[in-house]
Design a protein around this ligand. Structure first.
Ligand code: SAM
Ligand code: SF4
Ligand code: SF4
Length: 386
């Protein structure tokens, strides 16, 4: 086997047996898993395709022209997604994130946004609707997405340097087009909060020590000046294809120190329970930080596991429900949907699945110091979404 060959075990075929509910939920009682974590966040992958080949996510050697993407008939329709989402909302979900693959490649994804924005949470509010994108199509879609009811957007951008960025996306895509996408989102008012700040228009940067370490400070400075929250993500050992190595992870604490040496940072309180990013504000000369002032965030999934309050579930493009980013199999909800299950039966299934959830991969990895179980074949991030 050559050094570049990566064997991809296809985890898409497996479906777990759906457990029966362990406890019947009394009216008004919250659904919780085995570690008393509620279900609040649903991430929906709307396509397994992408126009980038980020080396840490969909490396070219695996996702080449022989790779078999899901056939159209296997993909959940907008109606199927919306029906499932409405049941998740009944069980306590408040936030829905569309992801992929590249979600803006899904034809008329704004129609799905419009359908989801009609739904209601248990409290009778519209769910918080957001989307993660590489922004290649954002310039053309920002306005339509905003009109359809999208409230927030997260743009992934790993470098400002042209050579570094093109090497990372591996399809020669220029930085300027991503920045144009962000500008279009801002113009459309995506991510604008009630106080007139763009707290819901965020930028995510995955850091790999040997690849884009020198981009940390330029990125921090650029988005500090643009007053958009930049979040540094520790490079994770998701999937089986990215040849992950602990030496490539730059701990968030290192980045906090690097930025603080230039601009003092102060820790900020979480805005929501189960928030993945630890937030820091750029302090003013008087040592204060006020809402709307620039901030940065850190998603430290490797060095500081946040499984303890993880309230996220992930629905794959073909309707499998994954309870953890590092899971190796999911529950086949599409089979239930297409087999004629009623809403009550679907709700029952979701209650059983969530009540039996025991996943805490990052917390256990931390205990085992980076050791992952041999033979554990984790699902790819491009299939279930980030
Ligand atoms: N294509 C869209 C994008 O890139 O924004 C959405 C899907 S992508 C899988 C979602 C997020 O996962 C992106 O911010 C990406 O940088 C992040 N991601 C992918 N692989 C990762 C890894 N190995 N470690 C950390 N983050 C990763
Ligand atoms: Fe595509 Fe996003 Fe994965 Fe990059 S991180 S390959 S843009 S799905
Ligand atoms: Fe949640 Fe799994 Fe990540 Fe832990 S490892 S925070 S359970 S997705």
């Amino acid at each position: 086997m050559s050094e570049k060959t990566i064997v991809l075990h296809d985890q898409r075929a497996k479906g777990l047996i759906i457990p029966k509910p362990q406890r019947v939920l009394a009216p008004g009682q919250s659904l919780t898993d085995m570690w008393h974590r509620p279900l609040r966040d649903l991430r929906i992958s709307v396509t397994d395709r992408c126009n980038f080949r980020c080396t840490y996510c969909m490396p070219k050697e695996v996702y080449d022209n022989t790779y078999r993407y899901l056939p159209h008939a296997d993909i959940l329709s907008f109606e199927e997604i919306t029906r499932l989402a409405s049941i998740f909302l009944k069980l306590g979900v408040k936030k829905i994130r569309l992801t992929g693959g590249e979600p803006l490649l899904r034809k008329r994804v704004e129609d799905l946004v419009a359908m989801l924005s009609e739904l209601k949470t248990l409290e009778g509010h519209a769910p918080e609707l957001t989307l993660t994108t590489n922004a290649t199509l954002l310039k053309h879609k920002a306005q339509a997405l905003k009109q359809a009811g999208l409230q927030r957007v997260t743009v992934s951008l790993d470098a400002l340097d042209e050579t570094v960025f093109r090497r990372m996306n591996d399809v020669d895509f220029p930085v300027s087009d991503v920045l144009d996408g962000i500008a279009a989102a801002r113009e459309a008012g995506l991510g604008l909060d009630a106080s007139g700040h763009f707290t819901g228009l965020k930028v995510n940067m995955v850091v790999q020590r040997s690849v884009n370490f020198d981009q940390i400070l330029p990125m921090a400075e650029h988005f500090r000046q643009w007053r958009l929250p930049l979040r540094f993500i520790e490079y994770m050992d998701v999937g089986q294809t990215n040849n992950w190595n602990l030496d490539e992870v730059v701990p968030s604490a290192t980045i906090v120190q690097m930025i603080s040496a230039q601009h003092p940072l102060m820790p900020l309180a979480a805005t929501q329970a189960g928030e993945t990013a630890k937030r820091f504000g750029y302090a003013r000369a008087d040592g204060q930080w006020h809402a709307g002032d620039p901030e940065v965030g850190f998603i430290s999934s490797v060095t500081q596991a946040f499984c303890g309050d993880c309230n996220r579930s992930r629905l794959s493009t073909d309707g499998r429900l994954y309870l953890c980013l590092f899971a190796s199999s999911g529950y086949d909800l599409r089979a239930l949907l297409r087999g004629g299950a009623s809403d009550v039966e679907l709700e029952h299934a979701l209650v059983g699945i969530w009540q039996s959830r025991d996943d805490r991969y990052s917390a256990l990895r931390q205990v085992q110091q980076g050791h992952t179980e041999p033979g554990a074949q984790r699902v790819e991030m491009s299939y279930i979404g980030g």
